[in-house]
Design a protein. Sequence first.
Length: 728
Amino acid sequence: MKFNVKDNCIEVSNGSKSIFVTIVTEDIINISDGIKSDFKQDKDKIKSNVKFEVLEKENSIKTNKFLIKVDNLVVDIYDLKNNPLCVNYQKDIVSKKIEASEAAKIVGHVVDEAAINNENMIKIKTSKDSLFFGLGDKPGFFNRRGYEYVNQNADVFDPHLENMKNIYKSVPFFIVKEPNFNYGIFFDNTYKSNFDFCYTSEEYYFFGAEKGSKDYYFIFGDGLKDVVSNYTLLTGRSPLPQLWTLGYQQSRWGYENENDVYKLVELFEYHKVPLEVVYLDIDYMEAYKSFTISKERFPNFKKLVSDLKAKGIKIVTIIDPGVKAEKGYYVYDEGIENNCFATIDGEVYENVVWPGDSVYPSYVSAKVRKWWGEKINFLLDLGVAGIWNDMNEPASFKGPLPDDVVFSGDDKQYLHEEVHNIYGHYMCEATYEGLLNYDGKRPFVLTRACFSGTQKYSTFWTGDNHSIWAHIQLAIPQQISLGLSGLAVVGTDIGGFGSNTTKELLCRWIQLGIFSPLCRNHAGNSTRLQEPYQFDQETIDIYKEMVELRYNLTPYLYNLLKEHEETGLPVIRPLLMHYENDKNTYNMNDQFLFGENMLVCPVVNQGDRNKRIYIPEGDWYDYFTKKKVPNGYSIYDAPLNTIPMFVKGGTIIPEYKNVLNLDNPEKIEELYLNCFGDSKCVHYQDNATDFKYQNNEYNLYEFTVKGNKLTTKMLHNGYKEYKSIKIK
Ligand code: GLC
């Protein structure tokens, strides 16, 4: 075995084959077969000067944390006391898959895929007590142990349930929690890939892809927090959003014309429910053609946007990637002229999406991304505030795109099978750049499909859920999982997208939804109307109170988003993230932490008027009554108008009061400190609009409250200060 060191990369060769071990940081080791794809996360950007030593005689590499043994080109990672951390399972996988019978296939039963090819899978030994987390939006509980998954972005309208192996997003990152240590694996491969977390065997888990490279990162961390932080160091974090994006957002596929929108705004005003953003779904376009506006239904679009803007309400429009194949339609014509679309056998490839026959822009090309980004100006010139990217798995109604559809890059061609999972990612990059270049404000992009790293460009929603209790239940573990996968700025369709909601479900969903960074009610076009005023006065009252609470909590949420930008930690967290030694938290799917110090226990079962809650160690107080609550399990009263939520003693929640629109952050001059005992917090403030904060234009306050006395220390002073800071 020969060891060849170049900078922080060690090539280990047996004469005919090589494996590459890169010491990316103290905690991150990259293991690769050396096959280069253009779509790898750019580990070279991280400047590493970690010291290591090659022990050639022992076929190993020693860092200050790990002993990396390379035997027969198999890379095993141990700690310095020679305890195994990430060690290969060297026997073959014994598949337990049963082929479905012909009869089962005829009635449409799910047919299991053929056995996995051993050669391509990376098999790692694990203990009976290990837990698995992450892997993006996969439906089900957030502990993934016992399940197998596939990463292949898919537009799935059937209710998302734990038996589904893949839906819209592909995030090939997961965390392994062993009894005495934690680590993550990021499999840097964009092809369709497989993950088996002790579904096949209790002795090992495996992951891999039939195509592309065997290239993965071992990401260590003392706790789950450090693993997530290290993973996002590698793939990126969401930059701070504009403040208005944290306001209440209303959407529906079915606001068909200007009148519908004016009526909607009027009704929100009438019922005094704060409204920050209205979404326009595909109906605003002319025949579902991206970058057009229906003259018939939206004849005075610009006026509509500015009338709403005068009330502080922003418009966000949907954009689909599928471009209608129609000569004379300018986007199609320009794209054809400049070879912007995917091809097959030398011809532009067509499939069917909303506009009918459609073609697919090749976003893997920087030239195409620039073109697409500039197309957005059409909407921005009209005053649109953000872009909602949908159908970017990419969706196709006439069967899946064949693997060999060609997507041209700038100087190279790629096959669909390689770029499918990153199609949405590059569409978001194009959109983000387009928005940024337009006015330099923090871009608001919302996307359904994505890959690892898309968090740098976009906010996420969980796609087409249904108005069913199973889906309000899913909203908790799904958002937890997205957060553990680096996607912190997320939300679900409040009320449910498909199927018909009920009053009770909507009330419970808004109680949960106000804690999502994206707080948006959205519904499908053939479903029951679900704006809050579609039900009775009680619904309006509950809804309004929740939305107002959301506005009050905005400064706290904004702080959490700043924390995410700096550390990669999510907003919606499993209890386990901060109570790793408490086994009760390991499978807790029906309550979550909103930042470290707020605990939210939503009611997610029909008819329940109380909730079985679990309070971890420490002093905790009811948010509303400020009464101390007992540790451990208890039954808590939760009538329909109540969301059980608790705050840890010693915490200050920075809040607004009577700020029910976030359009002018610079006009918000009062801050209220909601204190839970003698307490302390660091509070971040900036113009919440552009990127000046990156040039020191921000404030960092340190508040300390003892008794009723507030002491404020400015840790950084670079922005206009609040005029008044009061204890609530
Ligand atoms: C997709 C989206 C949904 C949208 C609809 C129509 O189903 O997921 O949110 O309303 O398309 O554009």
